[in-house]
Ligand binder design. Sequence first.
Ligand SMILES: [Fe+2]
Ligand SMILES: [Fe+2]
Length: 469
Amino acid sequence: MSINYSEKIPNNVDLANDRKLQRALEHWQPHFLDWWREQGPNDFASDEVYLRTAIGVDAQGWASYGHVKMPDYRWGIFLAEPVADRTIGFGDHFGEPVWQQVPGELRSQFRRIIVTQGDTEPASVEQQHLLGLTCPSLYDLRNLFQVNVEEGRHLWAMVYLLHAYFGRDGREEAEALLGRHSGDADNPRILGTFNEPISDWLSFFMFTYFTDRDGKFQLKSLAESGFDPLARTCRFMLTEEAHHMFVGETGVGRIVKRTLEVMKELATDDPAAIRAHGAIDLQTIQRYLNFWFTSSLDLFGSEVSSNSASSFANGIKGRPDESQYEDHVCADATYDLETPGGIESVNLRNAMNEVMRSSYVKDCEIGIKRWNMQIKRAGYETPLRLPSSRFHRAIGSWSNMPVDPDGNIMDRDAYERQLVEWLPSESDQAFVHSLMHRVTEPGKMAGWIAPPDRGINKLPVDYEYVRSH
Ligand SMILES: [Fe+2]
Ligand SMILES: [Fe+2]
């Protein structure tokens, strides 16, 4: 299952032996490159970036590192190794052999799920395409580009499935994936969060922590799919995704660290004083966290969903880490939902979005705990926290409800007035933007973020991760 790099499109799916598919993908390739040049980090096309490239799909030694110009990055098609005699792990087809082709009656459902996943990948590249101009260090610039090229590769992963298994419909969808653009008034990306601009690095780190983590959970649930090529594709994407969340967790952690240093130096926790010193106060960090966390919660969809029930029943999309559960069929089980009207008992299959969202929230807590450990160690009692998942929702039974971050329903006028304390205000955004200046001397960091503990691939922090020309 080694990756063939001698071909136009690197792959481990034996593309050379499927001429028709190979031609179709080679036809799409220049369209992808045009999209990358127009919508990607186009100011940096001639820079040499220290990037990792997949060279195998095993857990060990799967990537190699070296300086590459981004437009020359070898985007390819990599599926995780097949599992011998794999059977469907959930739903009505539980225990049956997995499918190597899409069952005809499930075609449009599978296609919609693959297109929706695929749409998020180029969307995030578009959202981030100007960030390089204000990078806080070369180390961070390199990490941004690593995330960008891998999101590009994730697009390739979904486009491969569309081309290989969905005929002409699939090819049309693959084109449309390059036609929609993040934030475009006429032709936006499919999901809300992916149309939000990411114009500063605090938002970028929050996005990679919270929104890439949504990606992780979506991929985990698709990695359970009864359609084996989709499951294997997503399993390998998860290997790459881990780095994106690492960038988010350590990014926010380094901002918090720097803020605490300034607080100590000035012997104050006054936000105005901290800001005047060029660092980001913990209250502002909390507001950005509130925004990106709650926006990402909406990506899981409504608490009660007949779509998610049918996806589960039909073996399309399981629960993340399905093996942790005892009942994989869930035909009669129920789930108690907390709605504004009280507890509502629903069929578990209809509550799969909520099941996923709950495991996501638990996973989000891990980084918060680490950030708070730093805050505690510095002697402060203002921990960061995840707001209630009822707060600031735009989808589901809590959408547009006047709920405070503790989850209490409150008076609507009072809620509207208090929102500025809970979400980034225009002046917060203006302040954060005012800090965004490009730092490009190897090893130097912008004043609002601490250096990382270590560099990439055991290299020093002051390594020249990006060489510009
Ligand atoms: Fe991705
Ligand atoms: Fe990602």
